[in-house]
Design a protein around this ligand. Structure first.
Ligand code: ADP
Ligand code: MG
Length: 694
């Protein structure tokens, strides 16, 4: 019954197999190369993606009673064509089309100007729906369009469209795709799950998403669509995870005694959370499977030392380890710290970044290839062409969300499938982490080192800024340093920079001659930025005025104040990251948020910041106040842009979908079980990258 037409040597062959709707949209009438391109801009490429391009709302076309309509209101009227239409033409372009519409007992004259072709759609005594502007005094309609002739279709789907393709075109193509392909729509959610959760058949779901008769129909369809979307996403994550697990990785038989000695030599005791995650990671290292683990921990929770310990483990097992940071200055900072930590141990560290001089690079590469260098720290330069490893066992990616797809892929291709530890300081609420990083194993450091003084956070209004600046002055007098983050004007880097420049000049004057001020903004080249950060760290100046580019983990121990302008324009997670730039030592640090929020949510968000220093609490609150997309940022989170589901509002359904996907993929032979045939086919034809976390 599931016939899929394929073209073999020019012959139309019908094969009796279950296939997803992989035909290109160009098979539809009227879809040429231009339209293919326009559709692609909406993510529509094949029939499957067109049929799952769901409307985001429906126009209720049920006609209003005449008495309910205000003068000049745009409405839909439904009635019967009472008499034949008359068409009068004036000159070449102008025309007027008149007909009478019978609505219950009323007769409403309808006029269309300059659309003579509509005449053919108006059939005497046929039901019709007309959209237009109503003249209440004269009780007549100035017609704009005919919505349907004959067919009773009270809900019109409204799709996200763009400049390249019109709403109407999408509607027509969906109808065409439905008519041509609806027999090919096969269930992908296994029947037992479908029954258990009372979900619609896929064909019925697709139909009712696009062409619902009633609101409850549309709601039922949406529920099924959401489940399917979450479920397919979870299937993909589970399969990815299983793929990783079955891939043969290297077992790294590390020297436990050496590891213990390193840990004992640290100037502090590891927190319990650090000990726990070190154990989790080490257990992975020992096993001959491929590790793909995410290490989450708030700013300052001590991820770096954890990574150092496990990299050392890899080295004692005779392997090389690599640490990749998103910026040169961070790479340099890591290299320096590791150099100190491993000073008395047989670890040969080198730093390799984009600005490593060719001569130095030439000297490093052979030592890396021979295995003499066993720990390399750098930026993505670590995984460029020409950088070869001897025996790469472990790759640590710091601030992993800063890296793009290409970089992470390059990384995976080096070495014999090295274990990967990705670290992130973006706190993601646990439920969300589990679902968005479902294909990775997760370790969480949920505890800060003891004795850390919590950062004191104050929220002030713009009018109180002078007091804040005086406060900064006092801190500077105590030998400390300060960050000033300048206003964020959404969507314009140019304006951001102008603001930063203005504040930089103001502060320079204000603090002169005792204190110097530096400026950092996004338009600067990387090496310029790095140079300025290094100068700040070296205390060549005391106040750093910056746009948000200082977000990532640079350690300036004497920086004790973070002053943030327009704090209500930032996401909470981002504010938290910014705040984490201070409080990097045992000195009391402060964060001052300057904001005049315009609404209750804004006030609530400022309060959250003053009340807690816990990144997980903050991200949870942010989630509640704003929704997941904003908290995580699409790229950062790896949370895909769901079309119908909302991972926050529908978190229960998302978890259920995860459980079901897990349960299915737990059976090694899931894909050959009859019930899963549709699903297995679907997964096989999915582009692997659709839902990858990057
Ligand atoms: P992050 O998780 O933000 O990368 P870091 O690894 O930079 O945090 O650690 C922040 C600071 O805390 C560093 O100066 C580090 O030396 C220190 N630190 C790490 N672990 C501990 C600990 N268990 N006790 C005390 N200080 C620690
Ligand atoms: Mg860090």
């Amino acid at each position: 019954m599931w016939l899929h037409r394929i073209n073999l040597n020019g012959k139309d062959v019908r094969r009796c197999v279950v296939m997803p709707l992989t035909d290109s949209v160009s098979t539809l009438p009227g879809v040429g190369p231009k339209r293919v391109e326009a559709l692609a801009s909406l993510g529509i490429t094949d029939i499957e993606s067109l049929l799952t391009y769901f409307p985001f709302r429906y126009e209720d076309l049920r006609a209003k009673a005449l008495t309910e309509i205000a003068d000049q209101e745009q409405v839909t009227l439904k009635g019967i064509v009472a008499a034949p239409p008359t068409l009068s033409r004036f000159g070449r372009k102008k025309s007027r089309l008149n007909f009478r519409l019978l609505i219950d007992q009323d007769v409403v004259p309808v006029t269309f100007f300059n659309q003579p072709w509509l005449k053919n759609q108006i059939e005497v005594e046929a039901p019709i729906m007309v959209y237009g502007r109503f003249d209440a005094a004269k009780k007549q309609l100035n017609g704009m369009k005919i919505l349907s002739s004959g067919r009773d279709d009270p809900m019109a789907s409204v799709y996200p469209a763009n400049a390249g393709i019109r709403q109407k075109t999408i509607q027509q193509l969906v109808v065409a795709a439905w008519e041509q392909y609806h027999d090919d729509i096969v269930n992908v959610v296994p029947a037992s799950i479908q029954q258990h959760y009372r979900l619609l058949d896929r064909a019925k779901m697709v139909h009712d998403m696009h062409f619902p008769k009633t609101t409850p129909d549309a709601q039922a369809a949406r529920r099924s669509a959401k489940f399917e979307e979450f479920f397919l996403f979870q299937m993909q994550l589970q399969l990815l995870k299983r793929h990783d697990q079955t891939q043969v990785g290297q077992a790294l038989p590390y020297d436990n005694a050496a590891l213990q000695a390193l840990i004992a030599s640290l100037p502090y005791e590891l927190t319990n959370a650090q000990k726990r995650v070190v154990n989790e990671i080490c257990a992975d290292l020992k096993r001959p499977i491929h590790m793909n683990r995410l290490l989450q921990g708030d700013v300052g929770s001590g991820k770096t030392v954890v990574s150092a310990i496990v990299m050392y483990a890899a080295i004692t097992a005779g392997y090389q380890a690599a640490l990749m940071a998103p910026t040169e200055i961070l790479a340099e900072q890591h290299a320096n710290n590791l150099q100190q930590l491993f000073a008395d141990l047989p670890v040969n560290i080198v730093l390799l970044t984009g600005s490593t001089k060719p001569a130095a690079r030439k000297e490093i590469l052979p030592r890396l290839a021979s295995g003499e260098v066993n720990l390399i720290v750098g930026t993505h330069a670590l995984f460029q062409e020409g950088v070869d490893y001897h025996r790469l066992g472990l790759v640590v990616v710091d601030e992993q969300h800063r890296f793009g797809v290409a970089q992470r892929q390059a990384l995976r291709q080096k070495g014999a499938n090295p274990d990967v530890l990705a670290m992130t300081a973006t706190p993601i609420p646990r439920t969300l982490a589990i679902t968005s990083y479902g294909e990775m194993d997760i370790s969480i450091i949920d505890e800060l080192p003891a004795g850390r003084k919590p950062i004191t956070t104050r929220w002030i209004k713009n009018a109180q800024i002078d007091a804040a600046i005086q406060f900064v002055m006092r801190e500077l007098a105590a030998g400390h340093q300060a960050y000033v983050v300048t206003p964020l004007i959404e969507e314009s880097e140019a304006v951001d920079m102008k603001n930063a420049q203005a504040i930089y000049e103001r502060f320079s004057q204000y603090f002169a001659p005792q204190y110097q001020v530096g400026l950092l903004h996004g338009r600067m080249k990387n090496d310029e930025k790095d140079a300025i950060m290094s100068d700040f760290k070296a205390k060549k100046f005391q106040v750093m005025v910056a746009t948000t580019v200082i977000e990532v983990g640079v350690d300036v121990k004497d920086a004790t104040v973070m002053l943030i302008y327009d704090a209500d324009h930032f996401g909470l997670a981002q504010l938290h990251q910014l705040r984490g730039r201070v409080g990097r030592s045992d000195q009391q640090s402060y964060c001052i948020l300057v904001a005049d929020p315009k609404n209750k949510t804004g006030v609530a968000r400022m309060k959250v910041m003053t009340e807690t220093n816990d990144g997980f609490v903050i991200s949870q609150k942010d989630l509640e106040l704003r929704g997941s997309g904003d908290v995580l940022g699409k790229k950062q989170s790896g949370m895909p842009d769901f079309k119908v589901g909302d991972p926050v509002a529908d978190i229960t359904m998302l978890s259920v979908a995860q459980q079901e996907a897990k349960r299915i993929t737990d059976a090694a032979d899931w894909s050959i079980q009859p019930e899963n045939l549709g699903l297995a086919n679907y997964m096989e034809h999915q582009e692997a990258s659709t839902y990858m976390y990057d």
